[in-house]
Design a protein around this ligand. Structure first.
Ligand code: PBG
Length: 332
């Protein structure tokens, strides 16, 4: 029990001035904590703004190196790639995921050549490539687990061979981490890391992302038979335990802000690197309120990111990554 009594103790004393507040600060956000998700488009056209994510655009390969230049200069350690696939390239099996010249692979090769110091995170799931918008293949209307896993393994190997450093399976199929680890190892890719989307919830906060990659309109039904029920917390620990046993190097909780309790439980229980994904809807909410003058966008951004650190995260995937890194550089 912590036994401290007023007036001998006045907790406000440690908040008295900026110097003292800095000295007693328990957590701190740094550029090393940031992973920047970016959206890719086909073709030579200009970057296309994502309407529901002000400040975010889908970038073509011609402009990609320039798009990433500031992030590289700021020393953002990792970038996560998300391709928007033209409808003509989608099919029911998501075969474009296995094409070694698909948008993600071409982007990975380009970025590896240009910025070898930046770790590339590859999302492994079929939803950017399926005409039904699900993360796996459908059999009798149900996302078939084992058949989907077999495809996801090939997708992961394809990405790693193109230069993706960190494979991030976001599909929530059972057993995929073990299968992907074995597939990578069999291909000699023993250094490729796996950041598992271990506790990924069936969430309303992915809406703007589905606009960004164009999977939302196509999505038939919902993802509740594979993504987790927001009502559950114990179940997240089982997801994490299994993914770690199967070979995950790092685990992720997603979305972020409504699930800080999950992050804290996972960190306390497993003592492994935990990441949060501050998802598209969280970004959109902060931006929309800020643009209306209802909150201070910069402070809300920094407070939300610091909250992930306090909850126990090693890092955060955030669409604010570049903005936050620029702020941290200017305010060391
Ligand atoms: C899909 C995937 C999703 C996100 C990352 N990978 C959406 C979904 O599951 O439908 C969401 C990211 C965001 O909302 O920012 N495998």
């Amino acid at each position: 029990m912590i036994n401290r009594e007023f007036p001998a103790t006045r907790l406000r004393r440690n908040r008295y001035d900026d110097a003292t507040r800095r000295l007693v600060a328990e957590h701190r956000l740094s550029v090393d904590d940031l992973i920047w998700p970016i959206f890719l488009r086909e073709g030579d056209g200009p970057a296309e703004p994502v309407a529901s994510m002000p400040g975010v655009a889908r970038t073509g390969l011609a402009g990609l190196a320039r798009h990433v230049e500031q992030a590289a200069r700021l020393r953002i350690p990792a970038i996560a790639l998300f391709p928007a696939t033209p409808a003509a390239q989608k099919d029911s099996e998501g075969t474009q995921a296995l094409n070694e010249d698909n948008l993600m692979c071409r982007a990975a090769r380009l970025l590896k050549a240009e910025y070898p110091q930046i770790a590339l995170v590859g999302d492994v799931a079929l939803d950017p490539y399926t005409d039904h918008g699900h993360d796996g293949v459908l059999r009798d209307g149900y996302v078939a687990n084992d058949e989907s896993v077999a495809i996801l393994v090939r997708q992961a190997v394809n990405q790693a061979q193109a230069g993706i450093d960190i494979i991030a399976p976001s599909d929530m199929m059972d057993g995929r981490i073990g299968a992907i680890r074995a597939g990578l190892d069999a291909a000699g890719l023993i250094h490729t890391r796996i950041m598992s989307y271990a506790a990924k919830y069936a969430s309303a906060f992915y809406g703007p992302f589905r606009d960004a990659i164009g999977s939302g309109g196509a999505l038939r039904g919902d993802k509740k038979t594979y993504q987790m029920n927001p009502a559950n917390s114990d179940e997240a620990l089982h997801e994490v335990a299994m993914d770690l046993a199967e070979g995950a190097d790092m685990v992720m909780v997603k979305p972020g802000m409504p699930y800080l309790d999950i992050i804290a439980r996972v960190k306390a229980r497993f003592e492994v690197p935990v990441f949060a994904y501050q998802v598209s809807g969280e970004y959109a909410m902060i931006m929309a309120a800020a643009q209306n003058g209802w909150i201070d966008g910069e402070r809300a951004m920094l407070e939300s990111l610091l909250g992930f650190k306090r909850a126990g995260c090693s890092g955060v995937l955030s669409y604010f990554a570049v903005q936050a890194a620029a702020f941290l550089e200017a305010n060391p």
